[in-house]
Design a protein around this ligand. Structure first.
Ligand SMILES: O=C(O)CCC(=O)C(=O)O
Ligand SMILES: [Fe+2]
Length: 343
């Protein structure tokens, strides 16, 4: 194996298969149709049966995405020492990073993260007794010159689309359309650029190890190379999500699973790497304000359907996670299922 560091190697049971099944029947939802009731029922169906879906005619200008894609390519193409000038550190979880671990195994990728709200407030530490807050700032690279503008313009579009989706999702749960909006008022949302270099051992490593996104919704753009796999609910099989030009893939995050009291389960996913081609993807994580208490909504619980999760604070939870994916730990990092009420 020579050149590949052991820290990247997945345990046998998590290794990807190089022959894969391409997903059949992943819901593809057209957001431009005027029959809102129909869109709402399609979203409800997709969330219940898949935990993810694709949207087309979403109103995000293709030009803005292309501008960000090319800014991303130029950024990652720079020499390492340039990228390291905007490196994430223990104090600020945003910027460039090339040693992220998912479930304590190193990912075969480089990332750039930026926060969306200006300012973004987070707790200073995961310690529940520490009331100190910090204001996060973005690290912007010197090159390419339009990098910051491309990120900011695109993030605005993502925020607009996220509110539209979360409102449709609320309606699909028979809630008021704006039921979730207050949670996202001072959101901790984040835009991420993923770069997966070609890999000599794509059967032993993953670009991103299997995981669930912890927050509200994720809006993912993947380029035409492909590599995203989702674990299918019906049979637990890993299936490949074929790239659809100009479409977005929407994942339900764990917070929605908790708010909906398990009605909409977040989907497990991972990204494979390619022996010959580099791959780029752009997730936007639509995440609650740090002060949000995440717990099953009272409208969706009853005596017959009691809350399946204990309440937790989003800010403390997310800071705990950010610290644990910063380095390899000896223990499993915090996961939403740790708040599950035992039955
Ligand atoms: O690159 C992809 O297709 C998936 C990325 C992902 O799941 C993540 O960054 O959370
Ligand atoms: Fe993800």
């Amino acid at each position: 194996m020579g050149e590949v560091d052991q820290s990247f190697i997945q345990a046998v049971e998590h290794r990807p298969k190089l022959t894969f099944t391409e997903a059949q029947g992943i819901p593809l939802i057209d957001l431009s149709i005027s029959d809102t009731q129909l869109v709402v029922s399609q979203i409800g169906h997709a969330c219940e049966n898949w935990g993810f879906f694709q949207v087309i005619n979403h109103g995000v200008p293709v030009k803005l995405r292309e501008k960000l894609e090319s800014a991303s390519r130029s950024f990652f193409a720079q020499p390492k020492e340039e990228k390291l000038k905007v490196k994430r550190d223990e104090l600020n979880p945003f910027g460039y990073y090339d040693t992220e671990h998912t479930k304590n195994v190193r990912d075969w990728k480089e990332v750039f993260d930026c926060t969306v709200e200006n300012p973004t407030i987070l707790p200073a530490s995961p310690d529940p007794d520490d009331k100190e807050l910090i204001t996060l700032v973005n690290y912007w690279p010197e090159n390419p010159k339009n990098f910051r503008e491309a990120c900011e313009e695109y993030a605005q579009e993502m925020t607009r689309l996220s509110f539209k989706l979360i409102e449709l999702l609320a309606l699909s749960l028979s809630l008021e359309a704006n039921r979730f909006n207050e949670f996202f008022k001072e959101s901790t949302s984040r835009l991420r650029l993923n770069y997966y270099p070609p890999c000599p051992v794509p059967d032993l490593v993953l670009g991103v190890g299997q995981h669930k996104d912890a927050g509200g919704l994720t809006i993912l753009y993947q380029d035409s190379v492909g590599g995203l796999e989702v674990r299918q609910k019906s049979d637990g099989e890993w299936i490949r999500v074929k790239p659809t030009p100009n479409a977005y893939i929407i994942n339900v995050g764990d917070a929605i699973q908790v708010w909906s009291n398990d009605k909409y389960e977040s989907a497990e996913h991972r990204a494979m790497v390619n022996p010959a081609k580099e791959r780029y993807s752009i997730p936007f994580f639509f995440d609650p304000a740090h002060s949000t208490t995440v717990k099953p909504l009272h409208e969706l619980t009853s005596d017959e359907n009691p809350p399946k999760f204990k309440a937790y604070n989003w800010g403390k939870f997310t800071m705990n996670r950010k610290q644990s994916n910063f380095k390899k730990l000896d223990v499993e990092n915090i996961q939403t299922y740790h708040f599950r009420v035992s039955e």
